[in-house]
Design a binder for this molecule. Structure first.
Ligand SMILES: Nc1ncnc2c1ncn2[C@@H]1O[C@H](COP(=O)(O)OP(=O)(O)OP(=O)(O)O)[C@@H](O)[C@H]1O
Ligand SMILES: [Mg+2]
Length: 342
């Protein structure tokens, strides 16, 4: 996947279609959409009745004829028509105003580093269906590294760990290219499932996925964690609503298990890197990005296991679309990015 900064500068919007959130950056305006990649559909009429945050709130609370769907899975658009309808509704007339000035514009979209031709085609078709004349594909890892402000153009190694909803990508970049990259099926959703499973086993409590996030906040705050946390769910046996005081350490351990998969990916990437670049990483450390970068204990786990400094990007969830935005605005120097190799 080669990147042409010249062509990217001609694009007017940048889109990051994630499994969990959709982000859109409009040139000279900034981030205009940051909403869950969710649509609620009336199965009787086929009409989309809600998108984004409102549709996500409906998850698990809908009658039989309303289905909550996610048109993107694992970084790939799996339902092109639904993704287009969702994007159209999320953008509303924000885009119409900008595109009226310039009909048939170009758009940039980021796709996972290891996206196959079918996944690349799906991303292109989604944007083409919205009226884009040309669609430029950019490797999410490069866009994220630029968005984190990493000096990707220099002949020294930088390691980036992008922890998303369903997957985590680990990569080492140098001279604007990817030297080695690895993907593991571990992300925020995997961790949420581990927490739900733990509460089911340890407290016989069924917890809805949406109730896990407040628990993360408690775990991330040492003062709050020492007080313990009360969660409300449904008793596995009786089916009645019940509250329990959870054991904070038990939940922390449950989270740690899936996160160790990320360590395996880091070792695999390091094994494929030339020794000179590995030596650079000891000084520069690891940059953590993606929405799940703030998962409680992830940075400490990586720091302890690798012995190198670990930094969390400012606003880790939007790094990819902000990086893409920087390329659209011409803030990235032409020699920075050439092409991505495995
Ligand atoms: N404050 C937080 N604490 C814990 N987890 C969080 C927090 N904010 C977001 N997350 C998790 O981050 C994940 C979303 O990350 P991100 O926005 O990078 O996903 P995405 O880009 O849609 O997914 P992908 O890149 O994997 O397709 C969700 O699983 C969510 O649970
Ligand atoms: Mg993402």
């Amino acid at each position: 996947m080669s990147i042409s900064l010249e062509r990217l500068r001609r694009c007017s919007i940048a889109v990051d279609l994630g499994a969990s959130r959709t982000r859109v950056y409009l040139k000279r305006t900034g981030l205009i959409v940051d909403e869950p990649t969710v649509a609620a559909v009336n199965t009787r009429t086929g009409a989309v009745i809600a998108v984004g945050a409102f549709a996500e709130r409906m998850t698990g609370r809908t009658p039989d004829h309303i289905r909550v769907v996610r048109p993107v899975a694992g970084g790939t658009v799996v339902d092109i028509a639904m993704a287009q309808r969702m994007l159209r509704l999320l953008l509303g007339n924000k885009l119409r105003r900008a595109w009226r000035r310039k009909p048939l514009p170009s758009a940039a979209v980021c796709v996972p580093h290891d996206a196959d031709p079918l996944a690349q085609r799906a991303a292109m078709e989604t944007l083409a269906g919205l009226g884009a004349k040309r669609v430029e594909l950019v490797d999410t890892l490069i866009a994220t590294a630029v968005g984190c402000g990493l000096p990707v153009e220099r002949p020294e190694a930088t390691m980036i760990v992008v922890c998303g909803a369903a997957t985590t990508h680990v990569a080492v970049l140098s001279l604007g290219s990817i030297v080695a990259a690895e993907r593991v099926p571990v992300g925020g959703e995997t961790v949420d499932h581990a927490v739900i499973q733990h509460l089911r086993n340890a407290h016989a409590l069924m917890l809805p996925t949406q109730a896990v996030r407040p628990l993360h906040l408690v775990l991330g705050d040492t003062a709050l964690a020492s007080l313990g946390a009360e969660v409300h769910g449904r008793d596995v046996a009786t089916g009645l609503a019940r509250s329990v005081q959870i054991d904070v350490e038990g939940v922390r351990n449950a989270i740690r298990t899936p996160l160790t998969g990320i360590l395996d990916a880091i070792s695999a990437v390091l094994r494929r890197c030339p020794p000179d670049l590995v030596a650079d990483l000891a000084d520069r450390g690891i940059m953590l990005a993606g929405g799940s970068a703030v998962l409680p204990g992830l940075d400490t786990l990586l720091r302890e296991a690798t012995g190198v400094p670990v930094n969390i990007a400012d606003n880790p969830g939007v790094c990819a679309v902000e990086g893409l935005g920087a390329m659209l605005e011409g803030k990235v120097q032409p020699h920075v990015l050439s092409s991505a190799i495995t």
